[in-house]
Design a protein around this ligand. Structure first.
Ligand code: DX5
Ligand code: ZN
Length: 219
């Protein structure tokens, strides 16, 4: 299976969100990445339930919701009700991660765990079999348009190895600073979901920016 592309609407024009979602609908994107920031876990606030609900109304593709919030258990059902297909929580924000994952799955959503750039892949050892997705943060979460952190390649390889026996179908998602210059190398290292905000929405041709990422392969 070829890798998936998840444009991040954090970089969309919020005054024209329907237009930008229609671009994603028409594109070769697979999911819509939805970044939720609470101003506590990360030093920025993005948007909440009404926007997720509105996005879901206009999207023909599954919403991949990335929760950059403290104590996400409080809001899992509300995000499911707003239209989330996947819910990803940060390992650094969950005291009882196993319970949180169970709750996400009981709601009927796919469950993901995100790792900040400094958090080792080995921290996933005892949860890897129970999750659908790992989001490796390749920037410090909080803002779009940041520079890709090179150490991510090493972490992809470690994660691939960790998942090899326990969870061969795992989605390995890379989030932050993904563009046409690193997409092929990330896929080659083992990534199978690429999130892209700035590199898609700042492009003069957003449809071909998505297509470029979708067809990125090393020669
Ligand atoms: C960062 C967010 C990312 C962000 C990626 O905190 O989690 O999903 O939207 O944006 P780019 O592709 O611009 O780095
Ligand atoms: Zn994200």
């Amino acid at each position: 299976m070829s890798h998936l592309i998840a444009p991040s609407i954090l970089s969309a024009d919020f005054a024209n969100l329907q237009r930008d979602l229609e671009m994603i609908n028409k594109s070769e994107a697979d999911w819509v990445h939805v970044d939720i920031m609470d101003g506590m876990f990360v030093p920025n606030i993005s948007f909440g339930f009404p926007v997720v609900h509105a996005a879901n109304k206009h999207s023909t593709k599954p919403l991949d919701v990335h929760l950059m919030i403290v104590d996400p258990d409080r809001y899992l059902k509300a995000f499911k009700d707003a239209g989330a297909a996947n819910i990803t929580v940060h390992i650094e924000a969950c005291t009882h991660l196993h319970r949180t994952i169970q709750t996400i799955r009981d709601l009927g959503c796919s469950a993901g765990v995100a790792l900040n750039p400094h958090t080792p892949v080995a921290a996933l050892e005892d949860i890897i079999a129970d999750i659908d997705l790992v989001a490796l943060m390749s920037v410090n979460p909080g803002f779009g348009g940041q520079k890709f952190i090179h150490n991510t390649y090493k972490k992809i390889k470690e994660l691939k190895k960790l998942a090899e026996y326990n969870n061969p179908g795992l989605f390995i998602e890379i989030d932050g600073g993904v563009d046409i210059t690193n997409a092929a190398k990330l896929v080659d290292a083992g990534a199978n979901v690429l999130v892209a905000g700035n590199s898609v929405f700042s492009s003069p041709n957003q449809l071909s920016a998505v297509a470029g990422l979708k067809h990125a392969h090393l020669m």
